[in-house]
Design a protein around this ligand. Structure first.
Ligand code: GRF
Length: 201
């Protein structure tokens, strides 16, 4: 009898920039037993470096420029159509710098995750490293969470911590947190994908 191949969740990654987290997911998904298969990368910025990196890795890469649309929802309808055209079941935001509307969040409810460079619930939003340094924190980190309508407000799937040293600047902290993000996100996507697959059983 041939052993059955475990099902992998058909996943898209949304990006806006260089795509280091996205590449960490693409690389993790090279393992045949990884529970997610990265089928598509979409950037809202056509010039994003991550699009070239995805393409070079053999992953379908699309630009949908949010500036081509009059409203946030019109942009998201196009995004949603592209996800459906590619039979996508699960979406991972990785440095995707657009706030999503309630419409999109409801449509992808429990199938949408994001990585955020802070130890949530601390420092939702922007400039997380600066805010951690200004507050005199001794620990920083990154979190992967389910996306809900409140920005960075969904429940945390997994996190990684980084010690802050007295010498740290915003840049040095950002660099060390990013190094942990690249370990965290593949692990958290695997957790979330297994959760979704188990719900479908
Ligand atoms: C990461 O730090 C992510 O947490 C934040 O934006 C950065 C994206 O970097 N939201 P990259 O595009 O994955 O290189």
């Amino acid at each position: 009898m041939t052993p059955s191949v475990p099902r992998r969740l058909r996943t898209a990654v949304l990006i806006s920039g260089r795509g280091s987290n996205m590449m960490a997911l693409v690389n993790a998904a090279q393992q045949s037993d990884y529970p997610a298969d990265i089928r598509l990368v979409i950037s809202n910025k056509p010039e994003a470096e991550g699009l070239r990196r995805a393409d070079a890795a053999g992953v379908k890469a699309l630009a949908i420029d949010h500036k081509d649309f009059e409203t946030r929802e019109a942009f998201e309808r196009e995004l949603d159509a592209a996800l459906n055209d590619h039979n996508i079941e699960f979406v991972a935001c990785a440095g995707f710098m657009r706030v999503l509307t309630n419409w999109f969040v409801a449509r992808w409810d429990s199938r949408l995750i994001n990585i955020h460079p802070s130890l949530l619930p601390k420092y939702k939003g922007l400039h997380t490293h600066r805010r951690a340094l200004e507050a005199g924190d001794t620990v920083a980190g990154a979190s992967v969470h389910w996306v809900v309508s409140e920005v960075d407000g969904g429940s945390v799937i997994d996190h990684e911590t980084v010690n802050i040293t007295p010498q740290d600047t915003e840049d040095s902290l950002m660099e060390r947190v990013l190094a942990r993000e690249l370990i965290l996100y593949p692990r958290a996507l695997a957790t979330a994908a297994k959760d979704v697959l188990a719900r479908q059983l």
